[in-house]
Design a protein around this ligand. Sequence first.
Ligand SMILES: *Cc1c(COP(=O)(O)O)cnc(C)c1O
Length: 473
Amino acid sequence: MKFISTRGSAPALSFEGALLAALADDGGLFMPESWPQMSPDEIAALAGLDYADAAYRVMSPFLAGDPCLNDLEEVLSEAYDGFHHPAVAPLAQIGPNSFVLELFHGPTLAFKDLAMQVVSRFMNRALKRRGQRATVVGATSGDTGAAAIEAFRGLDAIDVFILHPKGRVSDVQRRQMTTATEANIHNIAVEGTFDDCQAIVKALFGDRDLNKRLGLTGINSINFARILAQIGYYFTSAVTLGAPYRPVAFSVPTGNFGDIFAGYAARAMGLPVQRLVIATNLNDSLPRALASGTYEPQGVIATSSPSMDIQLASNFERLLFELAGRDSSRVRGLMEELRARGSFTLSQGEFGQLCDLFSAHSAGEDVTQMTIRGVFEETGMVVDPHTAVGIAAAQQEPGLGTTPMVILSTAHAAKFPDAVRRAIGIEPAQPERLTLKLGSEERCTDMPADFATVVDFIVDHARADAPLTGAEA
Ligand SMILES: *Cc1c(COP(=O)(O)O)cnc(C)c1O
């Protein structure tokens, strides 16, 4: 399987190549050249498998002919061994036909662990094979950074620089990142928003010289490997609820559009997904696009679900590529329009296809709080604000008949204790693995949202040129 750029002018790469490059040379995002198909029998056969085994069956066709295929079984078994629930991604029922998919049983209590634990292991093995070092630079609105630092800390061949918007991540999120003591981990607090952080990272990737010099690689959901490792739980949850014989709908708390794009991928592979609901907080550029056909990101608003405080959803470009019939010149045109004018408008055909599968709803702060309270009163379950946005969006969706609705629960309530306390008056119970983390000393460097300042720091601290000794490799 080869991976091609949404912008059409970068060379196609193997999975391993796309994994390490993260972003294509032409500024586009990697996509599989075609979607592997799973037959109804193959989907039905996922029932009852261990999560790692089911993920293997979903992911392996993308790795056909790639050196990473030999790593896959071990990578998945190691990655999910560290989870605190034997099912890895269990379902809980919260209403007659509505279910919460718990994706927070990993080491940092957010769904990003499901992919990051896999990606770090793939990268480490690939670099060892090549005798190379790499520098990971990532922007985070909170959870990506924590999950990345947890997954990469202590790896000799990889230095990690994580940019987060200063003061805009929760205390728990910040401490999960800044208490890592390993020398290969560097936290940068940027005086700006997540979009500012992401712009710096994108500019860095766009600089060929620096890119090469640092051996840059990215772990944001622009990396297709992240998306790939998120397809599995769409299959396992749907099969639990009756797929392939019964369709399923998903409501996905959305920021950068990576997670919900994995749901799109599952459907493209043959899973009967009736509807994908894009759930956003007040940062509603996607719900506005689904109402009008015009995508026009605005300024970022800080909310109680900070991991979704994003207006410019990078992975939306992947969906555009699909809506445009994989016409990369059309994607280039739309992205150029977005850059030059701050917006673009879909054609009638593109917009029609978008609305056939996707809906989008935004939940304000009051609705988010009321939803946390409502779920607690009805079921005793304590959900975090991101999950609450997903539930609120599902509730705004007109009836889907007998189709079950799965709401992705993307974070554990204990990550956002203040918002939860405001809603229900009690603190969520804190899992021990979190308590242990939060006591230690913090390490972080503050910086203006200035490309040159951030780059200087990275160049000074990355070990890209140092030889990788046999012992380290
Ligand atoms: C990252 C994150 C999201 C958004 O996921 P995207 O793939 O960026 O759309 C939602 N909720 C939580 C808790 C997250 O950490």
